[in-house]
Design a binder for this molecule. Structure first.
Ligand code: PBG
Length: 326
């Protein structure tokens, strides 16, 4: 007789038949770098996450290296914003300087530095593209995204991650990277990126909330799963090497569909609002943070994610060294 409980009788047997795991190598930790000096400024809506000026970045990078995390995702907060987001593609911009700092330091040389490419942190209006008459322009934005990508690669970025959701940006970035000798720099495309309220805390952290309207004319309607597959298909045709699905918790079906339909590593982005909800409930003592977070991480893996971008990465790395299955 079939008795599925037979394989659950002891912790050892359970661990032998366990189908999914998270490895430290699969975690990507986002870091916010800010213009200025001596800054380690807590992001109020994201407990445990800070904005760092470059001169204080080492504190955070040392934690990353100690945790044996291999990859970080950089977001920049510039001092000056303008209509055309020029801080993004300025060779002396905040992210460019942060990358050079990291890559110039023996201790961090091995870290995989992923640079988020978008204009929203750098534009005075907070949108991810150029604007004319209230319309977010697509094709006119592409050269700026491409210039940003090339500038990050020239600074030493290992992977370029466009998060703007303009059409044809992957092709524009791939072409520009190739023409500038960065043929082997991969593109991790935010392909299935939905217009989501779960990005709220991030916009506090990155000072990137749109000044008017919302992002619904470029980010996807969260009701659409099939459309996400078209986005992925298009980005793969344009040369994407890795595909991000974002957010993650309410989008497990998207992660699963991408991993089933395309032979490409899928990256789940466990976004700011998801992080903050867990932190708030844990602070109240309503949930067991470690158990909840590990269940989420394994859930992303079970759905088909290869890698996970998460603000919990430092904690998860520590928990992985312990026995999380108590
Ligand atoms: C920039 C960008 C955003 C996030 C990653 N890159 C914000 C947005 O699209 O408004 C969100 C990340 C998070 O919520 O953790 N376009």
């Amino acid at each position: 007789m079939e008795r599925t409980r037979r394989l659950r009788t002891s912790k050892m047997i359970r661990s032998m038949v366990r189908e999914n795991h998270v490895r430290i190598e699969e975690l990507i930790y986002p870091i916010f770098v800010m213009e200025g000096e001596n800054i380690c400024h807590p992001v109020k809506s994201m407990p445990g996450i800070n904005q760092y000026s470059i001169d204080r970045l080492e504190e955070e990078l040392n934690r990353v290296v100690a945790a044996k995390i291999k990859a970080i995702l950089l977001f920049g907060i510039p001092e000056h914003k303008d209509e055309v987001g020029s801080g993004a593609y300025d060779n002396e911009g905040i992210v460019q300087r942060a990358i050079r700092f990291i890559k110039g330091n023996e201790k961090y040389k091995e870290l995989v530095v992923i640079a988020d490419v978008c204009l929203c942190e750098y534009t005075s209006h907070g949108h991810c593209g150029l604007i004319r008459d209230g319309v977010i322009l697509n094709d006119e934005t592409l050269p700026l995204l491409a210039a940003t990508a090339v500038s990050y690669a020239a600074a030493g970025a290992d992977i370029i991650a466009p998060s703007d959701m303009m059409d044809m940006r992957v092709a524009a970035i791939r072409k520009a990277l190739d023409e500038n000798g960065f043929v082997y720099i991969p593109i991790m495309a935010y392909s299935a990126k939905f217009a989501s309220a779960f990005y709220g805390p991030f916009r506090d952290a990155a000072h990137s909330a749109p000044g008017f309207g919302d992002r619904k004319t470029y980010q996807m309607d969260f009701a659409n799963g099939r459309e996400a597959m078209r986005e992925v298909e298009q980005d793969l045709l344009e040369g994407a090497d890795l595909i991000i699905a974002k957010p993650a918790m309410s989008y497990m079906d998207i992660i699963k569909d991408i991993s089933k339909q395309f032979n490409i590593p899928v990256v789940a982005y466990n976004v700011s609002g998801e992080y903050s909800m867990v932190k708030a409930a844990a602070k109240e003592g309503w949930i067991d943070e470690k158990k909840i977070v590990m269940e989420l991480m394994i859930g992303f893996k079970r759905a088909g994610a290869k890698m996970i971008i998460t603000y919990h990465a430092l904690e998860v790395a520590a928990w992985l060294r312990e026995d999380y299955d108590e």
